[in-house]
Design a protein around this ligand. Structure first.
Ligand code: GLN
Length: 522
């Protein structure tokens, strides 16, 4: 049986539970243990697929095509593991399953209740078998939320079921700093731990988010109020880069605390991959400016994986990357005057499309390294069709009814997904020999993740290719263009998929690595 770590948070949201959960996993991995991570989100959406990125940040997609919370991206990136639909579970999905079971007659004769029916369903999800030494479960929301209560009740029961020594409760809280008195205040943390206790859960380890390291006195005080040895009160420092967190935790012997709790030997871990990133951050290197032409800039996390992938590629290329956010709705070519590369990310809906088309044109005509992702590929094709092939009526049927449908719906509906008719998850793509794509991936077949409804219409392949835009990656059945490029341009490539979902902080992603290399050359 694996050992379980539950990560909860209190005082405020956005304390970085996901990064903390991933960092605990990284510490375990660095000592040779295998780790799996799951996210439980108390909200009532069945999955985050239909939520705007302005709500909870980007929608992350797993290989098996499940639309998940962006925290799964942290887990996959930090830990190099692949997660699935078993690893992202919302309150809505739990209730949906319970209510379906009720209609099927599974509980015939019984009264269906929060306890045991809902709590059992949550426990079932927690216990889905893995072949790892540890399962870390992050519970979304903030202690005190009405929606979260049943999840706390379930993990309390779970610990009782499997034995308290097999479960560690880690809690994140906040110690605000009051400028006037020059004090770090511990009361919110105390109150948060108390709220957890009201639900029958004693935190075994506390991560206190704070602008500076807690003093030994502060740790002792928090420990005294919260039933913990002072050493189990860890400072979760504000850092400028999330990959420093495992190092910050390691320096406070977080592994030792976990080892003691679970009765395992303490050991030193190999933190070199995080130290390498830390070293990169401090290095004096040239900076590339990448213009990202998008429309979800109001929320920091809306382009999470994309920003990560650009950062990963910067590490691989020994440059720093500065992201210039260019608002597609008010695009002006002068926005691109100082950029070394233009990237158009994915997106939905008409708003901002004209600006994205203009940005693709600017990159093409001015030999600026260009990378398009999903909608970014579609606008590059529309632009090329309009301005090079010369069909001014070219468009996507997402944006216009009566057009030359160079972008159109080509696939059957995937009715199982409530998010609608999206093509979701990993699909194979065959790469044409002798192309930039082949140079980038160094393979004849690749697998990348998708999340879109529309496709480049294969009917226009000859027209596009004759005019100089080639299809260098295509689905194995030859029907769905996956990668386009312009061989006469220094670097112009776009994919129908989202490579950012598979980028690793330790190796980058080939497409981003090549894009940043091109920007660096420029
Ligand atoms: N809106 C486009 C589609 O549905 C692109 C989606 C995306 O960029 N993820 O195909």
């Amino acid at each position: 049986m694996p050992r379980y770590i539950f990560v909860t948070g209190g005082v405020v949201s956005s304390l970085g539970k996901g990064v903390s959960a991933a960092s605990l996993g990284a510490l375990l991995q660095s000592r040779g243990y295998s780790v799996h991570v799951r996210k439980f989100d108390p909200y009532l959406n069945i999955d985050p697929g239909t939520m705007s990125p302005l709500q909870h940040g980007e929608v992350y997609v797993t290989n098996d095509g499940f639309e998940t919370d962006l925290d799964l991206g942290y887990y996959e990136r930090f830990l190099g593991i692949k997660l699935s639909r078993n690893d992202s579970c919302s309150g809505g999905r739990i209730y949906w399953e319970v209510l379906n079971a009720e209609r099927r007659g599974d509980y015939l004769g019984g009264t269906v209740q929060m306890i045991p029916h809902v709590s059992n369903k949550i426990k079932e999800h927690i216990a889905i078998p893995t072949d790892t030494d540890f399962v870390i479960c992050e519970i979304g929301g903030t202690v005190g939320d009405i929606e979260q209560k049943i999840f706390l009740e379930s993990i309390r029961q779970f610990a009782n079921d499997v034995g308290r020594r097999n479960v560690l409760f880690a809690h994140l809280a906040l110690a605000p700093y009051l400028e006037q008195s020059g004090e770090l205040k511990t009361k919110p943390t105390q109150m948060s731990v108390r709220r957890l206790l009201e639900n029958g859960i004693q935190a075994d380890m506390l991560f206190v988010r704070s602008p500076r390291m807690l003093t030994p006195e502060e740790r002792a005080k928090i420990g005294m109020f919260c039933n913990l040895p002072a050493k189990n009160v860890i400072t979760s420092m504000n850092v400028d880069n999330i990959y420093k967190i495992p190092i910050v935790y390691d320096e406070q012997d977080v592994f030792g605390i976990m080892a003691e709790h679970f009765g395992l030997p303490n050991a030193n871990g190999d933190m070199s991959k995080f130290k390498k990133i830390e070293h990169h951050l401090n290095a004096d290197l040239p900076t590339c400016t990448i213009g990202v032409v998008g429309k979800y800039f109001d929320v920091a996390d809306a382009y999470k994986s994309l920003n990560e992938a650009l950062f990963h590629a910067s590490v691989q290329n020994n440059v720093h990357v500065k992201i210039k956010k260019i608002d597609a709705e008010h695009f002006d070519p002068s926005d691109c005057a100082d950029v070394d590369g233009i990237l158009i990310p994915g997106g939905f809906g008409t708003r901002g499309v004209d600006g994205k088309i203009a940005a693709a044109q600017y990159a093409r005509e001015n030999n600026i390294p260009f990378m398009g992702i999903c909608l970014g590929m579609q606008v590059a094709v529309i632009e090329f069709m309009r301005n090079v092939v010369g069909d001014k009526n070219a468009n996507s049927t997402e944006f216009a009814k009566n057009c030359t449908p160079v972008i159109d719906i080509m696939t059957e509906c995937d009715s199982e997904n409530m998010g609608g008719t999206l093509r979701l998850g990993a699909y194979p793509c065959e790469i044409k020999p002798g192309t930039l794509a082949e140079k980038i991936w160094g393979a004849s077949q690749i697998s990348e993740r998708h999340r879109h409804r529309y496709e480049v219409n294969i009917k226009y392949k000859d027209e596009l290719e004759k005019a100089g835009m080639i299809i260098s990656g295509i689905s194995p059945d030859g029907k769905l263009p996956e990668i386009i490029e312009i061989p006469s341009h220094p670097f112009f490539i776009a994919g129908q998929f989202h490579p950012e979902f598979q980028s690793s902080p330790y190796t980058g992603h080939p497409m981003f690595n090549a894009f940043i290399a091109a920007a660096k050359r420029k």
